[in-house]
Write a protein that binds this ligand. Structure first.
Ligand code: MLT
Length: 403
C-alpha cells in the first residue's frame, strides 16, 4: 500500500508500539483459530458479554420510545445534555434504595462505563494517578493517553487481591482508580477497606474514580456504592453501567455521579464535567434512556436480580469445577468473574492457547490486566448456562489430563 506522511506530530501515547486492546487481541486470536478450524465449537468465557435477553419491560419501553419518534406530535430531537429527567430521577431512586442521597444534577447519563472511565481524565492536566493491579486495562490506557504519572499498586494472592492504600507511595493528590467488585479478580472490597481508601483520598487530597460496573453482583455487607462510605462525596466520582446487570452491553447506557462537593484546583468538578460533556457529546438517544429507566423500575430490577443470580450460578459452577481440579481460584461470590491461577507452570497466555486448542474454550489471559496477574486467567460467568456447563466439563477434562 502506498503511504502518505503529513507533518502532524502524533501523541506519545500512539508513538510507542501499543498492542491491540486486550479483548480485541483475544478476538483476533479466536478469529485466527476459527479460520484454521472452521468446525470448532468454541465457547467463550472471555470477554464479559451477557447472554440473557433484555427484560420484556425494557424492550417494550425501548420499542415504544422508538415508535414515538415516528409521529410528529411525539418526535424528539436532541436529548438534554446530561440525560432525560425521567432517567435521572430513576437513578436517584435506585441510589435512595441503597441509602445514598443524590440529586438529579449530580447524575450524568452516559453510554456506558468504558468511555467515562477514559473521558473523565480530560478535565485534569499534569496529574499523578494510582492504579491498582490487576485491573480493567482501560484505566492504564486512559492515564497513558493523558500523560499521567502512574503508580501501580499491586494486589496479589497474599492480600486476597484486595489492594490497600498503605502501599501507595505517591505524595500529594492523585486520581485513584478503584473497582469493586473487581474486574478481573472478582473480589469485592469489604466496607473497612473502602473506608480506608476514602480516608486516604481525603487526607492526601486525592480523587477516587470508583468503577461500580459490577455493583449489582455484590451482596451482604459489601458496599454497592462508594457513597455508602462516609466522606466519599468529598473525594469520589462513581461510574456505573447497566451492561452486565440489565444486559445493556449492546444497548449502551450507564451513568456517572459527580457530587457537588467535589472541587479540584478551585473548580467544581460537576461544573467542569457539564461544560466538557456539552461540548463533547449530545448524549444518549431517547429510546435507550427509556429502556434504561424501565430497567430501573421495580419490574426491571426484579428481572435484573434473576439475571444476576443466573450469572453468579454460572460463575459458581466454573469455580467449583476448577477447585475440584486443584486450581486456586478467586471471585464468583460477588462477581460474575472467576480468577484462576494457571496450573503446571502455564502463564495466562499459554493457558489461553492451551484451553482454546484442547477444549475450544476461551479464557482471558491475566497479563492483560497487569503484570502481577500474568500467571492467572479470567473466566466469565456471563455466558449461557448450558454452554458454561459444557465449558466447565471440557476444562475439567484438559486439567485432569494434565496430571
Ligand atoms: C470485560 O471486562 O470483559 C469488558 O467489559 C469488556 C470490554 O472492555 O470490552
Amino acid at each position: 500500500m502506498k503511504e502518505s506522511t503529513n507533518i502532524l506530530k502524533i501523541s506519545d501515547y500512539f508513538k510507542c508500539k501499543r498492542g491491540d486492546y486486550l479483548f480485541a487481541a483475544v478476538a483476533k486470536e479466536i478469529e485466527k483459530y476459527k479460520k484454521a478450524n472452521p468446525n470448532a465449537d468454541i465457547i467463550s468465557l472471555g470477554v464479559g458479554d451477557v447472554s440473557l435477553p433484555l427484560a420484556p419491560i425494557v424492550c417494550d419501553a425501548y420499542a415504544k420510545a422508538a415508535l414515538e419518534l415516528k409521529e410528529k406530535s411525539t418526535f424528539r430531537g436532541y436529548p438534554p445534555y446530561y440525560g432525560h429527567d425521567f432517567l435521572k430521577s430513576a437513578i436517584v431512586g435506585y441510589y435512595k434504595d441503597k441509602s445514598v442521597d443524590l440529586s438529579d444534577d449530580e447524575i450524568f447519563v452516559s453510554d456506558g462505563a468504558k468511555r467515562e472511565l477514559n473521558d473523565l481524565l480530560t478535565v485534569f492536566s499534569d496529574f499523578d494517578a494510582v492504579i491498582t493491579s490487576p485491573s480493567y486495562p482501560v484505566y492504564a490506557d486512559a492515564c497513558a493517553a493523558r500523560g499521567a504519572r502512574v503508580e501501580i499498586v499491586e494486589a496479589s494472592a497474599e492480600n486476597g487481591f484486595i489492594p490497600l492504600p498503605e502501599r501507595v507511595k505517591t505524595k500529594g493528590g492523585a486520581v485513584v482508580y478503584l473497582c469493586s467488585p473487581s474486574n478481573p479478580t472478582g473480589t469485592a472490597y469489604p466496607r473497612e477497606v473502602l473506608k480506608s481508601w476514602v480516608e486516604f483520598a481525603l487526607t492526601s487530597r486525592s480523587l477516587i474514580i470508583f468503577d461500580a460496573a459490577y455493583e449489582s453482583f455484590a451482596s451482604g455487607d459489601i458496599p454497592r456504592s462508594i457513597y455508602a462510605v462516609e466522606g466519599a462525596k468529598m473525594c469520589a466520582i462513581e461510574v456505573c453501567s447497566l451492561s452486565k446487570s440489565a444486559g445493556f452491553t449492546g444497548v449502551r447506557c450507564g451513568w456517572t455521579v459527580i457530587p457537588k462537593e467535589l472541587v479540584s484546583g478551585g473548580v467544581r468538578l460537576n461544573d467542569a464535567w457539564k461544560r466538557r460533556q456539552a461540548t463533547a457529546t449530545n448524549g444518549v438517544s431517547y429510546p435507550v434512556q427509556a429502556a434504561a429507566a424501565a430497567a430501573l423500575s421495580d419490574k426491571g430490577r426484579e428481572y435484573t436480580r434473576e439475571a444476576v443470580k443466573y450469572y453468579l450460578e454460572n460463575a459458581r459452577i466454573l469455580k467449583s469445577t476448577l477447585v475440584s481440579c486443584g486450581i486456586e481460584c478467586y471471585g464468583a461470590e460477588n462477581s460474575p468473574y472467576v480468577f484462576m491461577k494457571c496450573p503446571n507452570g502455564f502463564d495466562g497466555q499459554n493457558f489461553f492457547e492451551f484451553a482454546l486448542k484442547n477444549a475450544q474454550v476461551v479464557v482471558t489471559p491475566g497479563g492483560g490486566f497487569g503484570e502481577s496477574a500474568k500467571n492467572y486467567a479470567r473466566l466469565s460467568g456471563l455466558n449461557d448456562r448450558g454452554k458454561t456447563v459444557v465449558a466447565a466439563e471440557r476444562l475439567r477434562r484438559i486439567l485432569d489430563n494434565q496430571e
